[in-house]
Ligand binder design. Structure first.
Ligand code: G1P
Ligand code: ZN
Length: 554
C-alpha cells in the first residue's frame, strides 16, 4: 500500500488493454503499439502492482538504446517516484545491456530491474520496443509473476505518476524526484569490473598483443558498442577499429541485430575474407541488441551456439572463475545434446529445460549448474542470471589464450573427442497465425500415431510435447515444444516462437549425432538432409504455410 504522503498527485484513470501478455522474454510490441495512450504506463503499473515490496525499494533501470528508450525512461522514473520507490539506478543515456542490469540488481541487492529492449528485433519508429522485469536474483521474472502482471493489466483502472521533471539522462550524478533518488551511473564500469574478476585479463591481453592475433567484434550498432570498446580496445588493448559498428543507434543502423550468419553478414564476410585481403582475423564475434546473445567465429570458421556451450564447458577449467570445476550444465531442450556429452565425461549433472532463460534461474540459484546455454546464441553462467554475450566472447578469448590454437582446431579436436552433433534450426517467420496453429494442432494430434514408425531407416521412439518439472520449485511447464526422437539419437523439434511481433514463427530444430571422425567434414544442411525431409513430411509445412523454404537457417 502507498502511504498518503507519497501520493502527491491523484492517480490517473486509464483503460485496460487486452494484449499485454509477456512472451518468452517480456512484453514486445511495435513501437506504435507502445506509443498508444497509457500503454506503457498500464504495463509498468501492472508490474508495480505485483511487487508487494516496492515501497522503499531500489530498482535498476536502463535499455538497449532503441527508439522510445529515452521517453520511456522518463515516464518510468515519474511512475516509480509516485509509487514509492526509494531509488533508481539508471545507466547513463538510459543505456544498460541486459547482462549489466542483471549484475547491478545482484550487486546492489535491488528489488529488481526494468530493461527496455526487444532484444534482437529491429528498432526505430516502425520497429519493435519491449519491456521486461527482472527479479531480485537478477534473472527474468518467472512465469508465475508475468502471468500475474498480465492479469493486472487486464483489470487496471488507474496508475500513479509523478510530476514532469526531465532528468538529465546523460550527465552522471544524483538527482531527486519527489522523495525518490535517481543515480545516473556509467553504463559499463560495474560490468567491466565483474568481467575482470572472472577471466585472466593479463593472459588475454598478451594474446591480443601478439603479432599473429587479430580480433573483430561486431556490435551491430546496438548496446554492446560502448561495452566492447571499453573492454576489448581500452582494457585489453585490441587495436582501434577492432570493434565494428560500435555506435549505439536508436534504429540500430536499420539492421536486425541478431548475431547469426544471416544478420551479422558484415562480420561473416570479414571472417570468411570475401574481399580476399588475404588475412581474416583469428577471432570474430557479434552480440545482439541488448547484449545477451553471442556468435563466435574463427577465421573461415563458424561455431554453432550448441557447440560453443560444449567447448566452453570442456575447457572451463582453463578460466579462473571455473578452475575448481563445474557443478552442472543446463541447456534448453531444442539445444543440441553436445553439452550433455561433456557433462557425462566430467561426471556432473546436465539439465534439459524449456526454451527461455528464466528456466535456468532456479538451477543457478540452487547451485545445480554453473554453465547454461541455448541454441539461439545464448550462453551464460552463475556470474549473473541472464545470458551474456560479452562474457561468452571472453570465455573464448581466455581459452584461446591458454590453448594457443585456432578456433577451428579447438572445435575439431572437441568433435574428435566427443563426436559431432550436426545441428540446424529452420525458421519460418511471419506466417499467418491461423496456419501456424492448424499445423501445430494437427502435428500434436498425430503424435500418438508416430511411435515406432520408421523414416529413412530411423525409428521414432519418442513423439511428445515436452513438459518440464522444475526440480527446485516443482513447478510444471507443459507444451514446450513437439519432440520427435529417433532410435539413433537424432531429433526433430517443432516450436512456435514466443518473441515475435508479427504473425507466427515456426521453428524447426534438427540434430544428428555422428561419432565417426571421418564424417565430421560434411556440410551441415547436407548431413541433415534426410531429417529435414522427414521434418517437412511430419508437419506438412508446405501444405499449411505454402512456404517452400525457411526464412532463416542457423
Ligand atoms: C527466442 C529463442 C530463445 C530465447 C528467446 C529470448 O525465443 O528461441 O531461445 O531464450 O528468444 O532471447 P522464441 O522466439 O523461440 O520463443
Ligand atoms: Zn537479447
Amino acid at each position: 500500500m502507498l502511504k498518503n504522503s507519497q501520493i502527491k498527485i491523484q492517480p490517473v484513470k486509464t483503460q485496460a488493454y487486452n494484449d499485454q501478455k509477456p512472451g518468452t522474454s517480456g512484453l514486445r510490441k511495435k513501437v506504435k503499439v507502445f506509443q498508444q495512450m497509457d500503454y506503457l504506463q498500464n504495463f509498468v503499473q501492472s508490474i508495480f502492482n505485483c511487487l508487494p515490496d516496492l515501497v522503499g525499494s531500489t530498482l535498476i533501470l536502463g535499455g538497449d538504446g532503441r527508439y522510445y528508450n529515452r521517453e520511456s525512461i522518463q515516464i518510468i522514473i515519474r511512475m516509480a517516484a509516485a509509487n514509492g520507490v526509494k531509488k533508481i539506478i539508471l545507466g547513463q543515456g538510459g543505456i544498460f545491456s541486459t547482462p549489466a542490469v542483471s549484475h547491478l540488481i545482484r550487486k546492489h541487492k535491488a528489488l529488481g530491474g526494468i530493461i527496455l529492449s526487444a532484444s534482437h528485433n529491429p528498432a526505430g519508429m516502425d520497429g519493435d520496443f519491449g519491456i521486461k522485469f527482472n527479479i531480485s536474483n537478477g534473472g527474468p521474472a518467472p512465469e508465475e509473476f508475468t502471468d500475474a502482471v498480465y492479469a493486472e493489466s487486464l483489470e487496471i483502472t488507474q496508475y500513479h505518476i509523478g510530476p514532469i521533471k526531465g532528468i538529465p539522462l546523460d550527465i552522471l550524478g544524483t538527482y531527486t524526484l519527489d522523495e525518490m533518488e535517481i543515480e545516473v551511473i556509467d553504463s559499463v564500469n560495474d560490468y567491466a569490473e565483474l568481467m575482470a574478476t572472472l577471466f585472466d585479463f593479463d593472459k588475454i591481453k598478451a594474446l591480443i598483443a601478439s603479432d599473429n592475433f587479430k580480433l573483430c567484434f561486431d556490435a551491430m550498432y546496438a548496446v554492446t558498442g560502448p561495452y566492447a570498446i571499453r573492454i576489448f580496445e581500452e582494457i585489453l588493448g585490441a587495436e582501434a577499429g577492432s570493434v565494428i559498428r560500435s555506435d549505439c543507434l536508436p534504429n540500430f543502423g536499420g539492421g536486425h541485430p541478431d548475431p547469426n550468419l544471416i544478420h551479422a553478414k558484415q562480420l561473416v564476410d570479414i571472417m570468411f575474407d570475401v574481399e580476399e585481403t588475404g588475412s581474416a582475423p583469428n577471432f570474430g564475434a557479434a552480440s545482439d541488441g541488448d547484449g545477451d546473445r553471442n556468435m563466435i567465429m574463427g577465421d573461415y570458421f563458424y561455431v554453432t551456439p550448441s557447440d560453443s556451450l560444449a567447448v566452453i564447458a570442456a575447457n572451463a577449467h582453463l578460466i579462473p572463475a571455473y578452475k575448481d570445476g563445474l557443478k552442472g550444465i543446463g541447456r534448453s531442450m531444442p539445444t543440441s545434446q553436445a553439452a550433455d556429452l561433456v557433462a557425462e565425461k566430467l561426471a556432473i549433472p546436465s539439465y534439459e529445460t524449456p526454451t527461455g532463460w528464466k528456466f535456468f534461474g532456479n538451477l543457478l540459484d540452487d547451485k545445480r549448474i554453473t554453465l547454461c546455454g541455448e541454441e539461439s546464441f545464448g550462453t551464460g553462467s552463475d556470474h549473473i542470471r541472464e545470458k551474456d554475450g560479452l562474457w561468452a566472447v571472453l570465455c573464448w578469448l581466455n581459452i584461446l589464450a591458454e590453448r594457443k590454437q585456432s578456433v577451428e582446431d579447438i572445435v575439431r579436436q572437441h568433435w574428435a573427442e566427443y563426436g559431432r552433433n550436426y545441428y540446424t534450426r529452420h525458421d519460418y517467420e511471419n506466417i499467418p497465425i491461423e496456419a501456424a496453429n492448424k499445423l501445430f494442432t494437427t502435428l500434436q494430434a498425430n503424435l500418438g500415431t508416430l511411435m515406432g514408425r520408421i523414416f529413412n531407416n530411423r525409428t521414432i521412439f519418442i513423439a511428445d510435447n515436452f513438459s518440464y518439472l522444475d526440480p527446485v520449485d516443482n513447478s510444471q511447464s507443459n507444451n514446450q515444444g513437439v519432440r520427435i526422437i529417433f532410435d539413433d539419437g537424432s531429433r526433430i523439434i517443432y516450436r512456435l516462437s514466443g518473441t515475435g511481433t508479427e504473425g507466427a514463427t515456426l521453428r524447426v530444430y534438427i540434430e544428428r549425432y555422428v561419432k565417426d571422425i571421418n564424417e565430421h567434414d560434411l556440410d551441415t544442411q547436407e548431413a541433415l538432409y534426410d531429417l529435414i525431409e522427414t521434418a517437412e513430411l511430419l508437419a506438412n509445412i508446405i501444405g499449411y504455410t505454402d512456404r517452400h523454404e525457411p526464412t532463416v537457417i542457423t
